[in-house]
Design a protein around this ligand. Structure first.
Ligand SMILES: [Ca+2]
Ligand SMILES: [Ca+2]
Ligand SMILES: [Ca+2]
Length: 158
């Protein structure tokens, strides 16, 4: 925390001591500005909640005259979100004489559902890419598409 984001500097020909304030855009007070115009992180940032900030910053001299600027801050993603499945568990039914490649379709009520996990990190980056695999007893009897999550029967010789 308290890492320096940016320094804003205002110049005033007839005043040495300026006061800086963030007047707008500082959602949840995640940033603060110090007496030298440095904008610091003061709370934990989360790109998955707020990815961009536009701060209005004001510099005030001893007579109350002021100047304003705006500071745009973009949060760069880190891989801090885990994939989450759309169901806590899945149930599927497969006939015992099913041949290799038969789809294994989980059912909820009367309809089939796709096995799918979402990862809230930045879309279309490695940070949000989900790779599916199977584990546990009997996993060798089935194949899963690592990209789509679709499960099929691997061998029919039950
Ligand atoms: Ca996050
Ligand atoms: Ca992730
Ligand atoms: Ca993230």
């Amino acid at each position: 925390m308290d890492s320096n984001v940016i320094q804003v500097l205002a110049v005033d020909p007839d005043s040495v001591q300026l006061t800086y304030r963030i007047t707008n855009g500082n959602t949840n007070d995640v940033f603060r500005i110090n007496s030298t115009g440095n904008i610091l992180v003061s709370k934990r940032l989360d790109r998955e909640i707020t990815a961009f900030y536009t701060l209005d910053v004001i510099a005030i001299d001893s007579a109350g005259n002021n100047g304003t600027t705006s500071v745009r801050i973009s949060l760069l993603d880190i891989n801090d979100e885990a994939p989450m499945f759309n169901q806590m568990s899945y149930t599927a039914y497969v006939r015992e004489n099913s041949i290799e490649g038969t789809p294994v379709l989980p059912v909820v009520g009367n309809s089939t559902v796709a096995i799918q996990a979402v990862d809230l990190d930045q879309p279309n980056t490695i940070n949000s890419r989900v790779v599916y695999s199977l584990g546990g007893p009997g996993a060798s009897r089935f194949n899963i598409d690592s990209t789509s999550g679709d499960i099929t029967v691997a061998r029919g010789d039950w």
